[in-house]
Design a protein around this ligand. Structure first.
Ligand code: RB5
Length: 148
């Protein structure tokens, strides 16, 4: 499995810890940055990770900024991306099982590192259930097509 990861300056420390956590599990990580604590603009990194996922150069993505809001909003502008912010494991699991999310986002100012790891684990271990949920995912794609 290959995961693309991206962050802004606020989330640099959290990104490094999550990246290490994933690598310890044997997961390949493509890190698009930022690797600097200098103030930067989260849409750059949201788009980079979203493009890797949309073009299937990564299986899925993880995005972290202060709240997870700006960076997930940015990723969701890329066709085919379903990014969600999760501040607890339950939503993370259900977002995969029901909504087939392909990017997980969270806020470095919102969750601590141990909770972030739990959220990541729950999301990665969950599987999309398909079935009755697929029609709704198709409807989301139709919204994308109608408005692009
Ligand atoms: C940066 O100050 C902050 O706005 C950003 O990390 C994020 O929280 C935006 O949604």
């Amino acid at each position: 499995m290959k995961i693309a990861i991206g962050n802004d300056h606020v989330a640099l420390e959290m990104k490094l810890k999550i990246k290490e956590y994933l690598q310890e599990k044997g997961i390949a990580v493509t890190d698009v940055g930022t690797d600097s604590p200098e103030r930067c603009d989260y849409p750059i990194y949201g788009e980079k990770v979203a493009n890797l996922v949309a073009h299937k150069e990564a299986d899925c993505g993880i995005l972290i900024c202060g709240t997870g809001v700006g960076i997930s909003l940015s990723a969701n502008k890329v066709n085919g991306i379903r990014a969600c912010i999760c501040s607890e494991p339950y939503s993370a699991r259900l977002s995969k099982q029901h909504n087939n999310t392909n990017i997980l986002a969270f806020g470095a100012r919102v969750v601590g590192i141990e909770l972030a790891k739990m959220i990541v684990d729950e999301w990665l271990n969950a599987e999309y259930e398909g079935g009755r949920h697929q029609n709704r995912i198709d409807m989301i794609s139709e919204i994308e097509k109608r408005n692009s």
